[in-house]
Design a protein around this ligand. Structure first.
Ligand code: HEM
Length: 115
């Protein structure tokens, strides 16, 4: 079964539009990575004010390989430029995100609608 990794972003009030704008201009490299299955950028509506970046991968190794890749670095070039660090691990994302946290899951069931 696949694994799911969430990047959980703290975004100051009013900066959501900036974050979404950055994702609108994202590198578009993750979709070509081995083992990548899908991603969604999720805007908070109730229960939290943090944005979630949902990603699903074939296995842990595929995710780790992407984290180490040039494509990850390039995919975080704007965030890294703002914070003065390559957007790895913990941290800072300049004006858009002030903090981030990684959540990891194993998929136990995955159900999609009957067509
Ligand atoms: C320090 C931590 C992180 C911050 C602040 C951050 C923030 C951002 C931002 C602002 C973008 C839009 C592009 C840009 O502005 O450079 C982006 C792209 C992206 N982020 Fe992160 N991110 C972080 C780590 C992660 C992690 C750990 C994951 C996966 C769980 C992830 C998943 C993605 C994906 C899938 C994209 C689109 C990349 C592409 O199009 O190739 N991010 N991130």
């Amino acid at each position: 079964m696949s694994i799911v990794k969430f990047n959980v972003l703290t975004v100051p009030e009013g900066a959501g539009a900036v974050l979404e704008e950055r994702f609108a201009k994202r590198a578009g490299l993750v979709e070509g990575q081995p083992g990548f299955e899908e991603f969604q950028l999720l805007r908070p509506v109730e229960g939290t004010d943090r944005y979630l970046v949902y990603t699903r991968w074939k296995d842990e190794e595929s995710f780790q390989n992407w984290l180490q890749s040039r494509e990850f670095q390039q995919g975080h070039a704007q965030a890294a430029a703002d914070s003065g660090q390559a957007g790895h691990g913990h941290g800072h994302g300049g004006p858009a995100a002030t903090d981030s946290e990684l959540w990891g899951f194993e998929v136990v069931q995955h159900v999609i609608a009957e067509r």
